[in-house]
Design a protein. Structure first.
Ligand code: NAP
Length: 319
């Protein structure tokens, strides 16, 4: 079988396809033939060495596929069943052994790419943990045409909020509008803070989801209404600047941060949050759209594309 291996940190060229021995399922694991491996921005941070992993390693936390073998202790899963996973490093591979308790059972009708759940579960915890959104709330979603961004827009609209999305091109803006966003700002051309204050009659938004970081976070906090919350969950443009807590006092603002790994560390939470995403997909209000597909050997191209801001929505490798 083949898998992608990173032997040294650096540019996309570090993603190399190699032959490897097929893994075996341990007693509490299942062996999966991978039908799709998801690409996430965190894979880029790790490849560059911003988040450090022991070398060499095979990237990728998420995927979906069909079980080909079950370990001797595994009772709840069977060969032939379709599962997804979001916390097993090594997913850029044709075959992968995953802990059975972390395998997320999928409806048989799901096709490759329908249920790559990492970004969906991210959107789920971001929606669930920081504010109980209701109609009347204003939400600002940065990089709204991105993988997580598209799902946040749909989820916030589903909950009845008014949604403002930011993105960097007219093509991406069209996509964000089609997902139901009420307003879209091209933050590469105009100052989103000025625009948000104009749209809200100087009131500001109740919550902002910021995965961009350096270029936006300070103004994200400034775009909040009284009692609002700015959630930092990523750093696509680099780490956010420090925020002085005293600057939060006059308008009773909150600054929060979160990582998916903290919210799925407990297997019950992992399964419950994943089920919430699958239900949204099945009910039809949450759509990931057909992911942009790349061959396993083209992982370097997928990384160049996501880093180059040229992508919209989900990216996947099809091994
Ligand atoms: N904390 C968590 O639990 C968690 C989980 C998943 C993802 N994340 C974070 O969420 C963010 C989105 O992840 P994703 O996988 O869905 O990626 P993505 O949004 O599909 O891709 C990144 C997007 O960031 C925007 N961006 C803004 N400035 C950028 C810059 N200087 N360089 C590159 N991109 C820039 C681009 O959108 P525009 O062109 O529209 O600006 C780009 O398309 C990332 O920061 C990621 O680390 C966090």
């Amino acid at each position: 079988m083949q898998k992608v291996v990173i032997r040294d940190v650096g540019g996309p060229g570090q993603l190399k396809l190699e032959d490897a021995a097929e893994p075996r399922a341990g007693a509490d694991e299942v062996l999966v033939k991978v039908s799709a491996a998801g690409i996430n921005y965190v894979d880029v941070y790790q490849r560059k060495g911003i988040y450090k992993l022991p070398l060499p390693y095979t990237p990728g936390f998420e995927g979906m596929g069909t079980i080909t073998a079950v370990g001797s202790n595994v009772k709840q899963l069977r060969v032939g069943q379709q599962v997804a996973w979001i916390d097993t490093l090594g997913s850029y591979s044709q075959m992968l052994a995953i802990p059975a308790s972390h395998a997320i059972a999928l409806p048989d009708s799901f096709k490759a790419g329908d249920a790559l759940l990492f970004q969906g579960v991210t959107a789920q915890y971001l929606m669930a943990e920081y504010r109980a959104l209701t109609a009347g709330d204003w939400v600002l979603v940065h990089s709204a045409a991105g993988g997580v961004g598209q799902l946040l827009v749909q989820w916030a609209k589903h909950l009845g909020a008014t949604v403002v999305g930011t993105t960097s091109s007219s093509q991406k803006a069209e996509r964000v509008r089609a997902l139901g966003a009420d307003y879209v700002i091209d933050y590469s051309k105009s100052d989103f803070l000025t625009e948000v204050l104009a749209l809200t009659n100087k009131r500001g938004v109740d919550i902002v989801f910021d995965g961009v970081g350096h270029d936006t976070f300070e103004r994200s906090v400034q775009s909040l209404a009284r009692g609002g919350t700015a959630v930092c969950y990523g750093a696509a443009s680099g780490p956010s600047p420090k925020i002085d807590p005293h600057s939060l006092v006059p308008k009773a603002l909150r600054v929060a941060g979160g990582s998916i790994f903290g919210y799925i560390a407990d297997v019950k939470q992992l399964q419950a949050r994943s089920r919430a995403v699958i239900e949204g997909i099945q009910q039809g209000w949450l759509k990931q759209g057909a992911p942009a597909a790349y061959a396993l050997g083209d992982a370097h191209r997928a990384h160049s594309d996501i880093e180059g801001r040229g992508t919209q929505g989900k990216l996947m490798l099809v091994p």
